[in-house]
Design a protein around this ligand. Structure first.
Ligand SMILES: O=P(O)(O)OC[C@H]1O[C@H](O[C@H]2O[C@H](CO)[C@@H](O)[C@H](O)[C@H]2O)[C@H](O)[C@@H](O)[C@@H]1O
Length: 368
């Protein structure tokens, strides 16, 4: 992992304009700190749990909230989309502004996996990234410290990404590892694990995993994924008529474990230790490890598509620093400042970062 303090300040050259024209130009100023749409408080499962209403109403609210994480677009939404885009402009269109904001700062790149580097697919075991995307991430890590921050367990996400030069924060940031040759690598320790704040939960998580597999096996399409420090119960391939039944089974099992909490993602319910540790903490931990704890010399760029990524967007907003980019084709409540529509656009954005850096280095070299 390289961590050079090279500044991208020169105008871009050698950029492929066809890349930029893929997204319609959206006029509008760079979002300023505090220029966020006021959003109603999110309904987490916890809110739903503690709210008034009977058991059935709570399950319905939970499922509605999960559906909203993976919406289908209706034509009446077009106006909403325009207004949303005006507040969360495309990071491709705003690329020059982002680079301007990085002047004198070290860019650090944080990437979610599912829905960001790989498209959402029905079978979670087949969420492969393209080799072009892998190249883009590899190139990015040559010039900027780069971390993958995923809900998946670290080993699984590594098997998809296959790049040893990156930082990995698996299980929603509860399992962080530096690259083998990173600056945090301790001699003689092949593992180089940096942070596992929920180790004591491992036996409990295993127990709940077995129980969930047993209780959900009669529901066709249901899948329980063991992500080491957390679990995912997948609804995507379950007939919607049976979602309530599945959610009830999950609830039945987890209510015996008050030290665990439920959150929801894209057609998935996630069971996690109730410790205060999420992707936002992982982002802060990694910045600190890189020497940027309370520094103004850094521009973190975080790209993600899921509700769990909001914890990281929120940290950037609170720091008044960095650049949160939500990957979404539909308007969503978000703390991110910018948007990209799909993984392909994420790849274009990473390629632009790399191109910008290369041309800036080239110009420096030519001036010498
Ligand atoms: O933080 P992430 O890297 O985005 O991981 C979040 C969850 O992603 C995966 O599930 C999602 O993607 C699947 C494959 O495209 C899709 O089938 C599923 O419906 C999505 O929810 C992963 O399988 C989960 O374990 C992660 O927690």
């Amino acid at each position: 992992m390289t961590n050079q303090n090279v500044i991208i300040s020169e105008p871009r050259s050698g950029f492929d304009s066809s890349v930029l024209s893929l997204t319609p130009a959206i006029p509008g100023p760079l979002p300023q700190p505090g220029r966020f749409i006021a959003v109603p408080a999110k309904k987490s499962f916890k809110n739903i749990e503690s709210g008034a209403g009977d058991h059935a109403a709570r399950i319905t609210a939970l499922l509605d909230s999960m559906r909203a994480s993976s919406p289908t677009r209706r034509s009446s939404e077009t106006e909403n989309i325009k207004s949303w885009i005006a507040h969360h402009p495309s990071a491709l269109n705003m690329f020059d502004e982002i680079i301007k904001a990085s002047k004198g700062k070290q860019i650090v790149v944080f990437l979610d996996y599912d829905g960001t580097l790989s498209p959402i697919v029905d079978d979670p075991d087949k969420a492969f990234m393209t080799s072009e995307m892998r190249e883009a991430v590899r190139d990015t890590a040559k010039y900027f410290p780069t971390a993958i921050v995923s809900g998946r367990c670290r080993a699984k996400v590594f098997n998809f990404v296959k790049l040893s030069e990156l930082y990995y924060a698996g299980s929603h940031g509860m399992d962080i590892k530096a690259p083998a040759r990173g600056r945090n690598y301790r001699k003689g320790n092949n593992q180089a694990v940096l942070c596992q704040p929920a180790r004591e939960y491992l036996p409990m998580i295993d127990e709940v995993y077995k129980s969930l597999v047993e209780k959900t096996k009669s529901i066709p399409g249901a899948k329980v994924e063991n992500n080491k420090f957390c679990l995912s119960v997948h609804f995507r391939r379950v007939d919607e008529k049976r979602w309530t039944e599945l959610a009830e089974q999950v609830k039945l099992v987890t209510k015996k474990y008050p030290r665990l909490r439920l959150t929801q993602g894209r057609k998935v319910l996630e069971i996690r230790p109730s410790i205060k540790w999420d992707k936002g903490n992982a982002l802060e931990f990694l910045l600190e490890s890189l020497g940027y704890a309370n520094s103004n010399d850094v521009l973190p760029i975080y790209i993600g598509d899921d509700r769990t990524d909001e914890d990281a967007f929120k940290i950037l907003r609170n720091r008044g620093q960095g650049c949160g980019i939500l990957v979404s084709k539909s308007p969503k409540e978000t703390n991110a400042s910018y948007s990209l529509q799909e993984p392909l656009e994420v790849m274009y954005f990473l390629n632009l970062l790399v191109e910008g850096k290369r041309s800036s280095l080239q110009q420096r070299f030519q001036r010498k």
